[in-house]
Write a protein that binds this ligand. Structure first.
Ligand SMILES: [Zn+2]
Length: 184
């Protein structure tokens, strides 16, 4: 790592220390969002934190500015915030996610998340997430011999019954039939 997460920097992050603003920025690997030390967002998992000296470093590595603390000094347009959320979902769809967790990790409120996501993409965040999960499950059905239950869990569904129902609704066939169909 180019700039270490020193004890002082970590303390500044935990305490939302505004006196350290401008001396460094921090990004979170699991969200690809970067913040000022003073940001009031939830304290991230220490293992996922990267330190940047400049805004450009963060941007060049594909990190996006936080909606809440606005490290670039500019208001984050909704379209960019939604891109952030889509990146976050693409990185985390295999985890159990709730709307509260998504909103918290992407630094917004649940109501704003639902409203803005739908407005920008035409889909609800839950629909978008389900599509990502179903697509991943199709890949596993094609490329592995995993049981349907394992595929459901590895794709982020919490039960295979629920997974079967959603799969059928989206593709008009069961996962089993889909698998047979691509093998024959
Ligand atoms: Zn922030």
């Amino acid at each position: 790592m180019k700039y270490p997460l020193t004890k002082n920097r970590w303390t500044a992050i935990i305490n939302n220390d505004a006196t350290k603003d401008g001396t460094f920025y921090y990004g979170v690997k699991t969200t690809k969002i970067f913040c000022k030390p003073s940001c009031h967002s939830k304290v991230p998992n220490k293992n996922n934190v990267l330190i940047f000296k400049t805004i450009d470093e963060a941007l060049n590595l594909g990190f996006r500015p936080c909606k809440r603390c606005q490290p670039t000094g500019k208001n984050l347009p909704n379209s960019l915030w939604i891109k952030q959320i889509q990146t976050y979902l693409a990185l985390n769809y295999q985890q159990p996610l709730t709307l509260i967790k998504i909103a918290e990790d992407c630094h917004g409120s649940v109501s704003n998340l639902q409203r803005t996501f739908k407005k920008v993409t035409g889909q609800s965040p839950t629909e978008y997430l389900t599509t990502l999960r179903l697509q991943h499950s199709q890949k596993l059905l094609q490329e592995t011999n995993y049981s349907i239950k394992t595929i459901a869990i590895r794709s982020g569904f919490n039960s295979d019954t629920y997974y079967n129902t959603l799969f059928k609704k989206h593709f008009n066939q069961t996962p089993q039939d889909y698998r047979i169909g691509i093998q024959s």
